[in-house]
Structure formats: structure tokens, C-alpha cells
Design a protein around this ligand. Sequence first.
Ligand code: SAM
Length: 274
Amino acid sequence: MNDPRSLLRAASLRANKKLGQHFLVDPNTLRIIVAAAELQPEDTVLEIGAGTGALTAMLAESSRHVMSVEIDERLRPLLEESLIAHRNVDLIFADFLQLDFTRRLPPGPYLVVANLPYYISNAILRRLLEASHRPFRMVLTVQKEVAERILAPVGQLSVLALSAQYYGQTRLVRRLNSTVFWPPPQVESAVIRLDESATPRLPRAAEIWLFQVIRAGFSQKRKQLRNSLANGLGLGKDAATRLLERAQIEPERRAETLQLSEWIQLAQIARQPP
Ligand code: SAM
């Protein structure tokens, strides 16, 4: 592995913490992340945040093609040099949040493996989970709190947790000590894996409506559902109560306590005339 510290020093660069630059410097952690992805020689991998290319190089060794997106142009010469031997890597210098990434990927299935920049990890997750062409698997390094929110039990669910459950199965791969990064972040981290569910999804329009209803339900923190739904869907309070009763959900419950299956039921009933 090329050590990010020496690569940056040789290029007279400093890590930019505003861009979430905490590079993985522990080869064992890199191996754990790559092993969790279970890459096959024919796989296409999307990486967000190439950094100095340590993870990129390992991904390239175990897959057919890696598309890696990096926002920091300063890293271009260093990355082009450190990845020169890996001809199957396509480096894109762009803001991932602005990039039409599904159009840039080759057609066919792909997976995402990334040590995410924490300052925008929620926005990145949302883009991936809501993409028209979703990855079939994701192995992501995230802040420990984000991992906990994604893996939260019923009673502590959020829009993010429900989006992840709708996408598929989620699991914790490993907690990470901040010393595996350089510079070490102030927060703890975890590697999580998400696998797309094999069961058929809802049609696209029903899926969009489902998340409109879920967001409406979470629009007011810790309020009873009849209030947050009335507010979020622009209904009267009585209409929201009747809707919940038709879906056999007690109107006094709070959004965090509803399972995904209950939201699906609620969204279906909300679409039907009373
Ligand atoms: N993959 C490298 C590693 O594991 O050492 C770097 C990971 S570092 C946590 C996150 C990387 O994401 C940084 O290189 C940072 O410049 C990049 N980044 C930050 N914001 C980005 C954005 N909006 N789009 C693409 N890359 C971004």
C-alpha cells in the first residue's frame, strides 16, 4: 500500500479536513473493507472519494472496472501517478453530489465501496438509495452515529433507516478506531454493508409516494402521527386520523415506531379514495 502520509508529503499537500479528508492508513482495515464487498472479477465498482488512491488500488485489483469520483483537483497528479499501473480505473474529478453518476457508469450492475466524506454522508446515501439505477451492494465507512441510525431498531427508525430497509438488508461489518485514519477524525467510525433486496420493488410512482408519506410522518419531531401527517400531507387533523384508522394504525403513535410494512400499507391506503 502507498502510504497517504508520504504521498501527500512528497506532493507538498495537506489533508483538507473541510472535505472530510481522513485517509485510511491501516492496510488491515482496507483489506476488511474489500473483503466485505466480496468482489468478483467481472464487477464494476463505484468509489466516492479516491483520496490518495489506497482503497482505489485494492478495488482495482479485485474487479473489472473502478469508477472513482474525487472532488479535490489538488490530488489529480498524485492519483494519476499512484494508479498508473491500474488501467481499469476511471478517475472523475467532480462533486459527487452534482454528478449524474448512473450515466457515467458502464451499463449493468455495479456496487459501491467507499470511505465516505462524513460532512455529506447523508446526502450521498440519499442519492445512492434513491437513484433510478441502484447499486446491488454497498460497503461504506461512515460515522458511527450514521451507522447506528441506519441499523436502528423499530422505535428509533428514521427516514434514513426506512430508506435503507426499503433498499435491502443492512449489517455492521466492523467498528473502526480513529487511529486507522490519518489525520484521525474526532468521531468514531464504522463499516456497514447494505445488500439490495431480491424481492420486487414497488412501481416507481408508488415508491415516490411512499417516501412522500414517510417524510410527512417525520415532518414534526416526536409528534403524534395524526398531527405530523396532517401537517406534512396538508390534511385536516380529522382526515389524518381517519386515514390512520383505515390503515389500522393508532393515530397517537409516533413516526419512529412504524415498521416499513406499516408505512407501505399507509401509503397504499392514502392513495385510495375513502
Ligand atoms: N478513499 C480514501 C481513503 O480511504 O483513504 C479517501 C477517503 S476520505 C474519508 C473522503 C474523500 O472524499 C476525500 O478524498 C475527499 O476529498 C473526497 N470528497 C469530499 N467531498 C467530495 C464530493 N462532494 N465528491 C467527491 N469526493 C469528495
